[in-house]
Design a protein around this ligand. Structure first.
Ligand SMILES: *Cc1c(COP(=O)(O)O)cnc(C)c1O
Length: 458
């Protein structure tokens, strides 16, 4: 099975036009006017086959398509819908903000409150700049790191996704090459050469890279919990090592929490490790810069770059690093984010933890009962299921050995059971505050109904 890889996110294949009765018009209109019929590639279902209908609405844990079919949603707008779709308090806050004005192009009190709330829950975020997308956040973090260090080279890990800026759409070069190669058409070799791509969790590769090129490395960027190749638990001690190498060589450690932030746990993926360190009597490591997105917008476009005050003050108008955004900190979007964040109290995380634990263990037990080889990758409330693997993967190569065809078969069987899985084997399964024990039971039942028809047997 060839990996679908990050190319799923970077290449749009032509959307075919197999239609169900009554759906033809929309599919044709979408494919006619938008490349692949979508505004973001994964929505075209190239990873699982078949053709998605436009979505009409969503409420709580349920999403409804244009034909009126309802699905229990395990995508939750890729994690942003953490409190459940159209939460009444979030909708009310958005309405109220909209009625006060959609955009001012000037600072509002709510932006200050959201930034303070982020710092309160995530101490390394000493200063915060709000932007509109995760892509902007990571792109800006790299620019700050390069300005602060006067160096060019960035290290990223294969299988980690950091948005679609040129310097981060880079794949590992062949053999011992230390510079990356473009992972998307349109990215130039001259940009790619400044990004080194290493296997995730590979201590030797990282130590060697620093030994050989330490004085050229501006930053290491990694997902706090890799969750864009399925969910991969960071190997014990890996981030601490990255942090030490960066500190010793004067490089910046950028922790991308766009997906995991305020989702994997109350202080994201970093918070899980901090708590484990404190419990073990170790001094926690800290990121220099961190990026947020998804949850902090609660379904509207808010993202952030944050971190050490001296690094953040590199940004204009204080420092010499230019960054700007017409709609940055948009008041309607910030109202959604702030209300969502306030709903995420201790009880909320207890619920997310309990439901996600029941779901991943329940699904795994049912797959076992059906004799289907699988592994579950998990960190905090984040998890995904890898069919055809007998142990949780760490590197992208290991992830790519999964049985993506079996996943596709499971995906379509789940649709028939009224459950919307992520349309790719390389994505996390997302739960929300609206997911209940009864929903977990339904999802586990769907595994039984599927029965693993196309799964590789051991
Ligand atoms: C989603 C994501 C991004 C990109 O965010 P956009 O808002 O889609 O630009 C960056 N990093 C990670 C870890 C993500 O999951």
């Amino acid at each position: 099975m060839k990996p679908i890889s990050s190319t799923l996110k970077t290449k749009v294949q032509r959307l075919g036009l197999r239609t169900l009765r009554g759906e033809k018009a929309w599919e044709e209109r979408a494919a006619d006017i938008m490349p692949g019929g979508v505004n973001s590639p994964v929505r075209a279902w190239n990873g699982v086959g078949g053709h998605p209908l436009p979505i009409a609405s969503a409420k709580g844990a349920t999403i409804t398509d244009g034909a009126g079919r309802e699905y229990l949603d395990l995508v939750d707008s890729w994690g942003a819908g953490i409190v459940g779709h159209a939460h009444p308090q979030v909708v009310a806050a958005v309405r109220a903000a909209a009625s006060r004005g959609l955009s001012f192009g000037a600072t509002t009190e709510a932006e200050v409150e959201l930034a303070e709330l982020i710092r309160e829950r995530y101490e390394p975020a000493q200063k915060v700049r709000l932007v509109s997308t995760g892509t902007e956040a990571t792109m800006t973090a790299l620019r700050i790191a390069r300005a602060a260090t006067g160096r060019d080279v960035i290290i990223k890990f294969a299988g980690c996704y950091h948005g679609h800026s040129d310097g981060l759409l880079v794949a590992a070069g062949s053999g011992l090459a230390t510079s990356g190669v473009p992972d998307s058409a349109g990215v130039t070799a001259s940009v790619a050469k400044d990004t080194m791509v290493l296997p995730y969790g590979d201590v030797d590769a990282l130590t060697d890279a620093f030994a050989e090129h330490g004085s050229r490395i501006a930053a290491v960027i990694t997902e706090a919990v890799p969750a864009n190749m399925g969910v991969v638990a960071p190997p014990a001690g890996f981030h601490r090592l990255v942090s030490e190498l960066c500190r010793n060589e004067g490089a910046v450690f950028i922790v991308d929490e766009v997906l995991s932030g305020f989702r994997a746990g109350p202080a994201g993926g970093w918070g899980l490790e901090r708590d484990a360190d404190i419990a073990a009597g170790r001094e926690p490591w800290t990121p220099d810069l961190v990026t947020f997105g998804k949850v902090i917008g609660g379904g509207l476009p808010v993202a952030a770059v944050a971190g050490r005050a001296d690094l953040m003050d590199q940004l204009a108008p204080v420092g010499a690093v230019y960054q700007a955004g017409t709609l940055s900190g948009n008041p309607v979007a910030v109202a959604a984010g702030l209300t969502t964040m306030r709903l995420l109290d201790d009880d909320a995380y207890t619920h997310l933890d309990r439901i996600s634990t029941r779901l991943r263990t329940g699904v795994s037990a049912e797959l076992d009962a059906a004799g289907i080889t699988h592994a579950v990758g998990h960190a905090g409330t984040l998890f995904s299921v890898f069919l055809g693997l007998d142990k949780a993967p760490v590197t992208f190569d290991e992830v790519s050995d999964q049985d993506a065809l079996a996943y596709s078969d499971m995906f379509h069987s789940f649709r028939s059971s009224g459950i919307a899985l992520p349309p790719s084997a390389y994505e996390a399964w997302f739960v929300s505050l609206a997911h209940t024990d009864e929903h977990v039971t339904r999802i586990v039942e769907a595994v039984k109904t599927w029965g693993g028809r196309e799964a590789k047997q051991p």
